[in-house]
Write a protein that binds this ligand. Structure first.
Ligand code: BGC
Length: 435
């Protein structure tokens, strides 16, 4: 992360250079000389997009992008790879690149973008970025991942965050939970009340990335922002194996008691469905979960509640979905440029993120079209970046590279499944997360 921090600092300097430097640019589609010529040009414009947006809410959001491109006569070849958090999708990308056949555009997170850029696999979008003014509108925390060596290599479509809780209002009423829990003890009391009412306290899917998503919030709630930074950005062994980290794992164990017996392997959207259908009270999940509620026609404030993991209000563990364009022949350039341009269009960012549950990746998109949870996401993000309480999500590839992230997953999941007690888990984490 040290490198990345330096990269962030270098951005201001690089910004100027990028806009002055003459980069090769794919020509925008010229006005058609004749109808057949235009048809031929259009027929060749297609994008193959590899992504992991396969749940109902995710697919609805993706359709906004698909339609935008189809309206510009760019054919959409869908390459979905199921699996929340994108691990399976990343395996598919590696296979495609190894066989010399990368997709046109790929959904990537944080350090994975940097890894592909380091390998020279990504197209340089700096000319388009300069023309469209991305430097001025994309927050530095995102640019740190979108740029490599000062060049734009990916287009951020959103900002998600992981320290959220989703609750069913009717279930809380039934359980006598009258207000949103404000701290850890309040949260445990609310979960207990729901369980006592005969329902599942915490809807959860036992998959490593979901366990880690909960963990993001528990670390923040237990140790605060400085502790999170020390442990997962600086990889300080003393923080990783500390009494605070032992407490974090103790709290994971507390949460485990509110999960139903069938949780193992369950997909995150099925866990969300348990809350939506009044079978469970709460789900701790990134704000893509809101996409499921919205897709089920549920109304925030009335049917469901969104709040920050108790004890983490004012702090945000973020991740940002970005589309990187893989280096392909010049004939693919025009369609890639259209797609990158569409992704960064302010009106599109509003329309897409309203459905996806995320906040826009640009600071100049008005919040008017967003519901209360979306407005809160945008306000929290702005507050956290001003107060320096915005940190990359460990679970979603924005704190450490994939190898360390996966090592953390192993420890978190082993502990959650009772295979390592809290003390051993903290020691294992420190051992696994060596710089
Ligand atoms: C992505 C989201 C996605 C979620 C579940 C996260 O890593 O950032 O866009 O909805 O995984 O699949």
């Amino acid at each position: 992360m040290l490198k990345l921090t330096k990269l962030t600092l270098a951005i201001a300097a690089v910004t100027l250079m990028a806009s002055c430097g003459k980069k090769e640019e794919t020509k925008p589609a010229a006005a058609p000389a004749s109808a057949p010529a235009a048809a031929a040009a259009k027929a060749s414009e297609a994008v193959e997009v590899l992504h992991w947006w396969t749940s109902g809410g995710e697919a609805a959001a993706l359709n906004v992008l698909k339609k935008n491109l189809e309206d510009q006569a760019v054919k959409w070849n869908d390459m979905p790879v199921a699996g929340g958090g994108g691990e399976q999708a990343m395996t598919a990308v590696r296979a495609r690149v190894t066989s010399g056949n990368p997709p046109t555009a790929v959904q990537l997170l944080g350090f994975d973008i940097q890894d592909w850029a380091k390998q020279g696999a990504l197209a340089d979008m700096s000319a388009l970025a300069a023309k469209e003014g991305w430097d001025k509108t994309v927050p530095p925390a995102l640019q740190a991942f979108s740029k490599f060596d000062g060049k734009w290599v990916s287009a951020p479509v959103n900002v998600h965050s992981t320290n959220w809780v989703w609750a069913n209002k009717a279930v809380l009423d039934k359980a006598g939970v009258k207000e949103i829990p404000k701290d850890w003890d309040g949260f445990i009391a609310a979960l207990t009340a729901v369980q006592k009412a005969g329902l599942v306290g915490l809807a959860h899917g036992g998959q490593p990335w979901q366990d880690a998503t909960i963990f993001d919030g528990v670390v923040l709630a237990t140790g605060g922002i400085d502790f999170y930074r020390k442990a997962f950005i600086d990889l300080d062994p003393a923080a990783l194996n500390s009494p605070t980290m032992v407490k974090v794992f103790d709290r994971m164990g507390q949460l485990r008691k509110f999960v139903d017996k069938d949780f193992s392997g369950r997909d995150w959207n099925l866990a969300a469905a348990m809350v939506i259908s009044e079978k469970a009270g709460f789900q701790i999940m990134g704000d893509w979960a809101k996409g499921e509620f919205i897709n089920a026609k549920k109304v925030p404030g009335t049917d469901f509640l969104c709040f920050r993991m108790p004890g983490t209000q004012g702090m945000v563990t973020f991740n940002s979905d970005q589309f990187a364009m893989f280096k392909l022949g010049a004939d693919k350039g025009a369609a890639q440029e259209k797609m990158a341009k569409a992704v960064m269009d302010p009106a599109f960012q509003s329309a897409f993120n309203v459905v996806k549950g995320s906040a826009p990746a640009r600071t100049d998109v008005p919040n008017t079209a967003f519901d209360d949870c979306g407005k809160k996401a945008m306000a929290d993000l702005a507050e956290a970046s001003t107060k320096n309480t915005l940190v990359g999500s460990l679970a979603h590839g924005h704190a450490v590279p994939a190898s360390l992230k996966n090592a953390a997953y192993d420890v978190i999941t082993a502990n959650f499944n009772g295979k390592a007690d809290s003390k051993k888990a903290a020691a294992d984490l420190a051992a696994a997360m060596k710089k």
